[in-house]
Design a protein around this ligand. Structure first.
Ligand code: FES
Ligand code: FES
Length: 160
């Protein structure tokens, strides 16, 4: 069936089975490869995207649920001021090793900082708790989030 939705602020129509996964349509049909597949079971957060303003695991979202919706992916976020600030802060704090978790992690961090621009360490750890990183042990990711939050405040807090 035809499914219409908005992806990264563009109207898109795809011919797909309503039970196909949003993750596969984004990567294979729309060539948006920034969103990664890790576990494929809703456990790792590598496939995180926003659907109608809510952070979701796109490996668990059937296309029927995306019909008429608005999706934002890392392919859009990375070019925004918020995405650039988070990724630069991750680089500064050495938060990234293999980088596989990073797209989903950046989406989760944006979600957190939109809600809470000055999170403490516990709140940061909770905010990224749906995202698994097998490399860094999380401390350097927490450092990266703290740097991003601080830089945003220095810019007057308009970033998120
Ligand atoms: Fe979707 Fe792991 S690939 S949560
Ligand atoms: Fe390798 Fe996070 S940097 S999984």
């Amino acid at each position: 069936m035809k499914i219409r939705f908005t992806v990264n602020n563009e109207e898109r129509t795809v011919e797909t089975d309503p039970m196909d996964r949003l993750l596969d349509v984004l990567r294979e049909e729309l060539n948006l490869k920034g969103t990664k597949e890790g576990c494929g079971e809703g456990e790792c957060g590598a496939c995180s995207v926003f659907l109608n303003g809510k952070l979701v695991n796109s490996c668990l979202v059937p296309m029927a649920q995306a019909e008429g919706g608005e999706v934002l992916t890392i392919d859009w976020l990375k070019d925004s001021e918020a995405g650039q600030l988070i990724t630069e802060s991750f680089a500064e704090a050495h938060s990234v090793q293999c980088g596989f978790c990073t797209p989903g992690m950046v989406m989760a961090v944006w979600n957190l900082l939109k809600e809470n621009p000055e999170p403490n360490e516990d709140q940061i750890r909770l905010g990224i708790s749906g995202n698994i990183c097998r490399c860094t042990g999380y401390d350097m990711i927490v450092d990266g989030v703290q740097i991003a939050a601080k830089r945003a405040l220095e810019r007057g807090g308009r970033v998120w």
